[in-house]
Design a protein around this ligand. Structure first.
Ligand SMILES: [Zn+2]
Length: 312
């Protein structure tokens, strides 16, 4: 008989306890397709069908945030029913939808009134579809996570959202996964796409580790996290592997409603800077130095270069 020393047993139990305590909600922005402008309807359809199947096979609850301007057909005057059908398929698979404004506008650029108008314009199809599946339309995600340059602006938009039945969908595990997605679209060969997929999983594991540590520093334990992803070819191709990586870190998957039930989400937040993780907002509000948050793991330089963008 194998005897396990108390020390090893304690370690095992400790790891098990930790493993059971980690939880994360998965959210996808820019439905139906981050790269909708560059894709044909057929490409967007193939991507979304693959993404939906992958999430469903992993039995992961998910919410997708819609930009309804991405539903327009090539005339830009009416919606393409094939694109609306993708949102229908998303709901039919048991996932939720939220509002991400009509045209992905930036509150910090367009101002409060135009922003509020775009929120209203952005729910025409989504509200009808949610009603069809008796799902609530209650979550709003700010494009670029820009929630207001002044607290007065933020309060005004928050009041507007509340009046229209919305809650703000926070993000705690922020990342530049969209840069990997853009690089993936531009990759010149299958070999480069393979390298991007590998580096993406490594990068996302580093982002998880970073916010786990920051969560500990701020709250003394790991809070329920909310992960930001996008509806992209990359995620459609790699989601099973991404979900495995997250599970291996000891996470179980939650709905966003379950995640934000964590008392951490009631923390004071007076952030008026650019779009960053809510953990950073709560930390800076509490007086933690901004420098602490500037050391977060970056996307690989070769990926950023291939994507042709600048990482913020
Ligand atoms: Zn977005």
């Amino acid at each position: 008989m194998v005897r396990i020393s108390p020390a090893v047993l304690a370690l095992f139990l400790g790891v098990t306890t930790l493993a059971q305590s980690r939880a994360v909600a998965i959210t996808f922005d820019d439905l139906p397709d981050l790269s909708g402008d560059e894709h044909t309807v057929e490409q967007t359809t193939a991507m979304m069908q693959k993404l939906i199947s992958a999430i469903a096979a992993q039995r992961v609850p998910a919410i997708g945030f819609v930009n309804e301007d991405k539903l327009l057909d090539e005339t830009n005057t009416k919606n393409d029913p094939r694109l609306e059908a993708l949102l229908d398929a998303w709901l039919a698979s048991g996932f939720d939808l939220g509002n991400h404004t009509f045209a992905h506008v930036d509150l910090h650029e367009v101002g409060v009134t135009a922003f509020e108008n775009d929120i209203t314009r952005g729910e025409a199809v989504t509200r009808t579809l949610c009603a069809k599946y008796q799902r609530p339309l209650k979550w709003f995600r700010h494009p670029y996570l820009d929630t207001g340059r002044r607290l007065a602006d933020r309060d005004q938009v928050d009041a507007f959202l509340t009046a229209h039945g919305y809650d703000v969908a926070p993000v705690t595990i922020d990342n530049s996964e969209w840069i990997y997605a853009l690089a993936y679209e531009k990759a010149p060969s299958a070999r480069v796409r393979w390298r991007i997929r590998n580096d993406y999983i490594r990068y996302m594991a580093a982002r998880f580790a970073w916010y786990e540590t920051r969560s500990h520093a701020l709250f003394g334990h790991e809070i329920r996290q909310v992960l930001l992803l996008h509806a992209s070819t990359l995620n459609a191709d790699v989601f099973p592997r991404l979900a495995r990586m997250i599970r291996r870190r000891g996470y179980r998957f939650l709905t966003i409603d379950e995640a934000v039930a964590d008392p951490a989400y009631r923390s004071r937040d007076t952030w008026t800077g650019g779009g960053v993780s809510w953990i950073e907002r709560w930390g800076v509000t509490r007086g933690v130095s901004q420098n602490v948050f500037d050391r977060d793991p970056p996307a690989s330089a070769w990926v950023v270069k291939l994507a042709g963008v600048k990482e913020e």
